[in-house]
Design a protein around this ligand. Structure first.
Ligand code: GLA
Length: 766
């Protein structure tokens, strides 16, 4: 709901309210941003400044309440008595320039205005508001756009110059001042260590979350939470901010002496500089903002709903995602058509639905030194081309997917030999490489055409239904040039995928380097990390879960011991973790033993039966500590709990599972799991009547052909008992194997299906 009355804007939705009042000096006072309130509250929520503060400068001589620094403001620039971080910075003739923007007008638009520069925006707002501000001299105009969604608001800003040239060095998407002291929670780490949550207290020293890599980056994801101190998953005031942008970003927070926390979010201003001539404008990306008084889970629910409802392409918003078999971790660059078709056949028998050929199919690409930039098929590996491979794969009843890295170029490629000027070099400097490659200059129209034509042609010729779009090096572009690159990327993605909505785009950037809302506007899911070790993935997927729904998080079962950690984990753990995302398999199927084969088949059947809840159910973090992680997903029909252990200790105590479900009586049943015989070593004597050498041939053969059943937990109880927590059977304690214990060791896990008593029947694939 939106009302504009007497220069006061009141906006409210299911999650938050916003009140902006134009004050006596034409400044936008941010009366409220947070918990939903009533329109009539505007007056009581307005601050009442005291009679001046010591050495403060007053905006208007004689009015002690006019010191801007002391007020909660919306988008307040420095230079006129506000000394906090400025969302806008300008130079005129090389000198800092204060425009002194004042209110000019405010309206609710009849139709939302589209991006002027090709940035992706959240789709289908319920309403859009435009606030116009003009510089005192009248030559500069600022437009603030506020789009209203069910559970979020999006802010963006446009600056237009109608006078002499100015240089823009910073233009944030939004700047808000909210009362209170907060923690800033951010997500990052780096390659194979994405989305680890870290917390910093926001005091008067500014806390900053930013990227200068040329993309949003795995080091610092653009998503930021501000939470009241002591917030938990279920309680506390939590704001979520996330930019709809894939380039260099910056979100900062700082508390003022009056206890107002200013949050400024937008394109990273570092090195940014853009000359605006008379008639030029600059537009920022949108930043999505939500709020919940129900802790981190409440904030996540709001963000997930917003992402599914307004960010991911409409075609995929609610569509089941296929279970993919991806060739990369199993085959790398080493494949032939015959080998791939044989793998596809095996994947199909296991229940996979799409076969994706990863890197290595084009040019002279036998390792990562050559071929990027070329689109001619490597005929030594694939004599019949991509088209014939796709036909053979599709004849098996699978979809066919292909990997591309269109933004990269190896100097050892036909494209580079023909167009070295299409690659980005740094004038006067030696080229620097990342993964042996440079980036193509997506600011050049011919480069964009080249990518659009080649990728589009191959998708159409080979009837490709899934594209993995990778990008594997950091950029050397800075400031406004890095932004122009991102605009070029968005143009390319739009031209290829908006006209082929049925093609499922999975974005990737050495894993999760571009896991952001900008990319999700073009493709509904992203490869979350090159790290597929399930124990590492607990942190990575949990980190992403704060802002991104499970259907955005691509998660594959890979081989054990793991390629990056050398950690051995049970195939159950690998599946159970991946099942809380978009499931896939990425291991050499020729090397799995027959019993694993059966276990995988059962996993896939289970996933298909519960796919709706696993991919689109609402997600909740129930527990997360050093030893245990518990996640819950809930659809209208059922609830699933994933219980995961890291290292366990001897003589474990009772273990409880907890779930939040609507009132009623429920059955709880754990997924049937089998265990490797060989994993019990000398303890096999607890299980078998005769003693075997745990390292001998008999155990080895048994291990490959037989798996033991682990205990299955069942219970019937009320929603209240579930909310309070119910005990499950104990873990193995070294005193025997029976159907009353879960014979699990380190990295053991279970998935529980919770159903309302009346619809007890196991779900079938919808
Ligand atoms: C990147 C991706 C991987 C894989 C390889 C192929 O590292 O993140 O998933 O596609 O490239 O070279």
């Amino acid at each position: 709901m939106v009302t504009i009355k007497e220069n006061t804007l009141f906006v409210t939705n299911e999650a938050l309210s916003l009140i902006i009042k134009v004050n006596a000096y034409g400044r936008l006072e941010l009366v409220h941003l947070g918990r939903p309130v009533d329109e009539g509250d505007a007056q009581s929520l307005t601050v009442q400044p005291a009679l001046g503060w010591g050495n403060s400068v007053l905006y208007e001589e004689g009015d002690t309440a006019s010191c801007l620094e002391r007020l909660p403001l919306f988008y307040s620039e420095q230079g006129r008595s506000d000394y906090r971080e400025s969302p806008i910075e300008l130079l005129k003739d090389g000198k800092p320039f204060t425009a002194d923007f004042k209110f000019f007008g405010m309206e609710e638009l009849e139709r939302a205005e589209k991006s002027l520069s090709g940035l992706p925006f959240a789709q289908d707002p319920l309403s859009e508001i435009k606030i116009t501000m003009k510089s005192v001299a009248g030559e500069l105009t600022l437009y603030h756009y506020i789009s209203v969604f069910e559970t979020a608001l999006c802010f963006r800003t446009v600056l237009e110059n109608g006078g002499d040239a100015v240089t823009l060095t910073k233009l944030a998407s939004c700047s808000v001042d909210v009362p209170g002291t907060y923690n800033m929670d951010t997500f990052g780490g780096g390659w194979i260590a994405e989305a680890h949550r870290s917390t910093a207290l926001v005091e008067q020293a500014r806390v900053v979350n930013e990227s200068a890599y040329g993309f949003s980056s795995a080091v610092r994801n653009p998503a930021v939470m501000l939470s009241s101190l002591g917030s938990t998953e279920e309680s506390g005031n939590v704001y979520g901010f996330n930019l709809i942008y894939s380039g260099n970003h910056c979100t900062s927070a700082q508390r003022s002496p009056q206890g107002l926390t200013r949050v400024v979010s937008g394109i990273n201003p570092d090195s940014f500089s853009k000359v605006l001539e008379n008639g030029d404008f600059f537009e920022t990306p949108e930043v999505a903002v939500t709020f919940s008084a129900d802790g981190f889970n409440g904030m996540s629910r709001n963000m997930h709903r917003f992402v599914l409802g307004h960010i991911v392409p409409r075609y995929w918003a609610d569509r089941s995602r296929p279970i993919v078999y991806n060739s990369w971790e199993g085959s790398g660059f080493d494949f032939t058509e015959g080998k791939l078709v044989s793998l596809a056949r095996k994947a199909q028998v296991l229940g996979c639905e799409t076969f994706v050929l990863d890197d290595g199919w084009f040019g002279a690409r036998n390792d990562d030194h050559a071929g990027l930039g070329d689109y001619n098929v490597n005929r030594k590996k694939l004599p019949g081309g991509i088209k014939r491979l796709s036909e053979k794969v599709r004849a098996l009843g699978l979809g066919f997917g292909l990997w591309f890295e269109p933004e990269g170029i190896n100097p050892d490629s036909d494209l580079y030999r023909k167009h070295p000027e299409w690659a980005m070099h740094q004038e006067g400097l030696k080229d620097i490489y990342g993964r042996n490659q440079l980036l193509l200059d997506l600011r050049i129209p011919e480069v964009r055409d080249y990518i659009v034509e080649n990728v589009g042609r191959i998708i159409d010729e080979a009837e490709i239904s899934f594209v993995k779009w990778d990008m594997n090096r950091q950029s050397s572009l800075r400031g406004a040039e890095a932004h122009e690159y991102i605009l070029g990327l968005y143009e390319v993605l739009g031209r290829i995928f908006k006209v082929r909505p049925h093609v499922l785009l999975e974005s990737c950037s050495s894993g999760g380097n571009r896991f952001d809302l900008g990319m999700f506007c073009f493709g509904p899911q992203a490869w979350a990390s090159d790290d597929t070790d399930p124990v590492e993935r607990l942190d990575i997927q949990q980190g992403f879960s704060y802002f991104y729904p499970q259907s955005c998080i691509s998660a594959h079962v890979s081989a054990s011991p793991h390629a990056q950690t050398l950690r051995s984990t049970p195939v159950n753990m690998r599946f159970n973790v991946s099942a809380f995302g978009v499931l896939g398999y990425e291991l050499n199927l020729n090397y799995i033993v027959p019993t694993e084969d059966k276990a995988i088949k059962e996993q896939i059947e289970f996933y298909k039966a519960h796919r709706r809840a696993l991919q689109f159910g609402s997600f909740r973090r129930i527990k997360s500590d050093e030893g245990t992680v518990i996640w819950q997903v809930s659809s209208e029909k059922e609830h699933l709990l994933g219980l995961f252990h890291r290292l366990i200790h001897a003589a474990p105590g009772y273990e409880y599972i907890k779930a939040f479900v609507p009132e009623g009586t429920y059955t709880v049943k754990s997924r049937v799991q089998t265990l490797r015989v060989g994993s019990f070593g000398p303890l096999l004597k607890h299980v078998t009547p005769v003693e075997f050498n745990p390292n001998g041939r008999v155990v080895d053969i048994a291990d490959k052909n037989y798996r033991m059943e682990d205990a299955v937990f069942t219970a019937e109880c009320s929603s209240k008992a579930l909310e309070s927590g119910i005990p499950i059977m104990n873990l193995f304690t070294g005193t025997g194997y029976s159907d009353k214990i879960r014979a699990q060791k380190d990295f053991g896990s279970n998935v529980f299906v919770i159903k309302r008593k009346k619809d007890k029947q196991e779900g079938k694939e919808e």
